[in-house]
Design a protein around this ligand. Sequence first.
Ligand SMILES: *[C@@H]1O[C@H](CO)[C@@H](O)[C@H](O)[C@H]1NC(C)=O
Ligand SMILES: *[C@@H]1O[C@H](CO)[C@@H](O)[C@H](O)[C@H]1NC(C)=O
Ligand SMILES: *[C@@H]1O[C@H](CO)[C@@H](O)[C@H](O)[C@H]1NC(C)=O
Length: 393
Amino acid sequence: MVRRNEIFGITIVASICLLLIGFSQKDPTNYQRSHRFQQLLELEGSFRYKNYTVPIPSMNNVISLQKNQIYRELSEYEFPEGYNLEDFTLSTGGKPIRTIIITTWRSGSTFLGDILNSVPGNYYHYEPLLEYEIVRIRGYPYAERALRTLKNLLHCDYKKLRSYLRYGRSHVYLFTHNTRLWDQCEQFPSYCWNPNFLSQFCKLFPFQSMKSVRLSLDLAENLLEDSSLNVKVILLIRDPRGTLQSRKHRDWCPGNPDCDQPLNLCSDMVSDYLAAGKLKKKYSDRFRALRYEDLSLNPYEIVQELFSFLGLHFHNSVKQFLNSHTRVNIGGVSSTFRDSKSAPFHWKTDLNYTEIQAIEEVCEDAMKLWGYVRSKNATDVKEFNSLTKYDIA
Ligand SMILES: *[C@@H]1O[C@H](CO)[C@@H](O)[C@H](O)[C@H]1NC(C)=O
Ligand SMILES: *[C@@H]1O[C@H](CO)[C@@H](O)[C@H](O)[C@H]1NC(C)=O
Ligand SMILES: *[C@@H]1O[C@H](CO)[C@@H](O)[C@H](O)[C@H]1NC(C)=O
């Protein structure tokens, strides 16, 4: 009996010792293992960065992966009765839904452009005329080449776009807003600026959106006329006081007369108004004007209306985008995460009354046409309703 107890006791003591040894070794072993793992990760990271040990998929593979991804992302998209994805993609001989936003610098077009890009299956031709720098394109000498660029892009034909692509390589924000393309550019930089890749890639997307701050509206008529494009045009307008206040904070604007001169902005607004009247009559089902202030005050209603005009489904991802981008202020100056109801009206407090009066002086006609009310005096301006009705004659 005693013996058995002794053996039992020894066994217990031995087990405890073994356990203790185990515990004391557990830490260093784990440490060594995780350290080795860390080194492996770093090694792998640097391999991936400097040279590709993992073989890059071929261009065709990337294209077909994207094709599948679009298919998946659009699984809940409601196409019009009797239509499906293939009816809208150039790669299958379909006709994309093409939308162009025509506007000017700091008029809320980043916001509207991103709303359109929140539709799954959208390909975003962001500011295709960036290479012209801070210039308004009203006619000769830029118009012809600029319009050719836009048409080629809308046809997904990148082969003739050499200077566009050359500019983009050194100014990548030409592509970064096109989120679905940029995702691939980050993974496969060697294909990113390849015209053959871009043409094939672009043709997979059923929705093609574009925005430009440089083109005057009467030139955009050339795009509406082109029946092969079947494009819809949105003219986005903003109160010149808001536009100019916002431009003051941009370092690329001052010194460029098309940008920093109120007179230029407002005479462009007058000529866009006249062009809008003409286009509304001629292309009533393919042209719309929209004020940034109206969009911001009533985003859900306006966007739904706009989407039904464009023939786009008000998809859940668009609702989510609006939910996260119209209610709170987060992010920096170019952020579109903001309280959309106050964003358009910061000029009332940010400009002093001398500045406001100077703008109202030269912008009287433009403001009358587009339904923007003149302020009475320095106290009135802080509170008054600066919006009234407008009508495109
Ligand atoms: C990657 O780079 C390392 C060192 O720079 C080199 O030794 C190795 O052969 C390269 N691997 C490939 C697949 O190019
Ligand atoms: C208003 O602002 C302008 C430009 O920032 C400045 O030159 C001017 O002195 C200001 N006027 C008043 C009355 O504060
Ligand atoms: C400013 O304009 C408002 C609205 O017209 C008016 O009620 C107010 O008396 C004016 N204030 C001054 C100081 O002129």
